[in-house]
Each structure stands twice: as structure tokens, then as C-alpha cells.
Ligand binder design. Structure first.
Ligand SMILES: Cc1cc2nc3c(=O)[nH]c(=O)nc-3n(C[C@H](O)[C@H](O)[C@H](O)COP(=O)(O)O)c2cc1C
Length: 198
């Protein structure tokens, strides 16, 4: 009887600890004032998977939406774009980007950043944006989301967090690109799990 109680207790503790781990990954949503949330994204393909995710996330978060654009656009052909981006992604090189009209990061407390997964990492224009604005973003609550061709998160969340060692980083999420239009509920939950609007 005693043995069974101890075993039961250990099992309950294990389940509880498991829950804690899950809880830690999704944490409590942060409180954000309306108008103090921004969504900033880069999207390349004609399907606009990351654009779709970013638009939905911005709508749910009542956020301003901004697009990162490469100074010199990538080749519109998939294969050619992959070849063009490969050395940039592998070398963590910074692809020059255009100035984003009307963006004043000082106005925002929470910033969501959206990128396609390119060669396992963030698209170079996103890396450029983060590096160019690292000090303006430093004191904010940050969160990255990405869409991918099936590879999942890969190095995106890790490398994003590495750029901001002193910031509050909310859990990242990956969405499968070709399913993103069927993932509206998951996109909404992505927001509500992370931010509560005051
Ligand atoms: C240059 C390039 C590299 C890519 N590398 C990966 C990858 O390593 N892993 C992956 O799962 N998908 C990869 N993809 C697929 C995209 O992440 C996926 O199609 C994404 O949803 C596209 O987003 P977008 O429509 O916003 O451009 C790559 C696509 C391109 C163009």
C-alpha cells in the first residue's frame, strides 16, 4: 500500500514537472497596452506565407504591421533564390534592406518578428533588421515566428535569442508554410498565449 502511494506520488510529481516544463515553454502572457505591439516581417514567395501569418498575428494583437524588404530583391525563381541566399545564410551575412517607412521602434513595448526559414535560419534581411536595430529593440519584449517548408524551427529561435541576450524573449513558434492559411486558430492562439492587451 505504502509502496503504491509512493509510486503514485512520484508519478504525480513527474506529470506535474512535465506540466511545469510545458508551462515554462508557453509561460504567462505579458500585458501590453493597445497600440504598443508591432509585427515586423519579411516574406519572399508569391504565396506570401510569412506575410499571411504576420497579417493574422497583427490583426489579433491589434498591432502595427511593417515589412522588411531587401534593397536588391532576391531572384524570383525558387532555385535561384536558394542559391543566392545560401552563402548569406550560412555566413550569417547582412543583406542590405530598405528603410521601413514610418517605423519608430520607441513607440512599441512588444515586437513580433516574422521570417521564412531559409537554410535553417532567418532570412538575411531579417538578420540585417535585427542587427541594425539591436539597441532600439534591446529593452523590449521580443518574439520570433517563422514559416517553413517542413524543416520546422531549426536554428531560427536560437539565433534570434542569441542576438538579444538581455531582452525578454517570448517562446518562438514555427508554422508550416503550405498549411499556414489553415492555421488561423493556431496563429490566434500564438498571440493570446503570449500577449494580453490592456
Ligand atoms: C532561399 C530559401 C531557403 C529555404 N530554406 C528552407 C529550409 O532550410 N527549411 C525549410 O523548412 N524551408 C525552407 N524554405 C522554404 C520556406 O521557408 C517556406 O516556403 C516559407 O513558408 C516561405 O515563406 P514566404 O512565403 O513568406 O516567403 C526555403 C525557401 C527559400 C526561398
Amino acid at each position: 500500500m505504502m509502496k503504491r502511494m509512493i509510486a503514485g506520488g512520484l508519478l504525480a510529481a513527474g506529470i506535474f514537472m512535465g506540466c511545469l516544463e510545458v508551462g515554462a515553454a508557453s509561460a504567462e502572457p505579458v500585458q501590453a497596452e493597445k497600440g504598443k505591439v508591432a509585427v515586423i516581417f519579411f516574406s519572399w514567395s508569391a504565396d506570401g506565407n510569412t506575410r499571411f501569418a504576420a497579417e493574422r498575428i497583427a490583426a489579433k494583437a491589434g498591432a502595427k504591421l511593417y515589412e522588411i524588404k531587401a534593397e536588391k530583391p532576391y531572384n524570383t525563381n525558387y532555385r535561384a533564390c536558394c542559391d543566392e541566399a545560401k552563402p548569406e545564410c550560412h555566413g550569417k551575412l547582412l543583406r542590405p534592406i530598405r528603410k521601413i517607412d514610418g517605423l519608430d521602434l520607441a513607440k512599441f513595448d512588444v515586437v513580433f518578428v516574422g521570417t521564412p526559414n531559409w537554410w535553417g535560419t532567418m532570412a538575411p534581411p531579417v538578420r540585417t533588421f535585427l542587427m541594425q536595430n539591436a539597441s532600439a529593440l534591446k529593452g523590449k519584449t521580443l518574439c520570433v515566428f517563422q514559416t517553413n517548408g517542413g524543416g520546422g524551427m531549426q536554428r531560427v529561435a536560437k539565433e534570434f535569442a542569441e542576438i538579444f541576450p538581455d531582452s525578454k524573449i517570448l517562446p518562438a513558434q514555427a508554422f508550416t508554410g503550405k498549411l499556414v492559411r489553415k492555421s488561423v486558430k493556431a496563429l490566434d492562439k500564438f498571440v493570446t498565449d503570449r500577449v494580453t492587451l490592456k
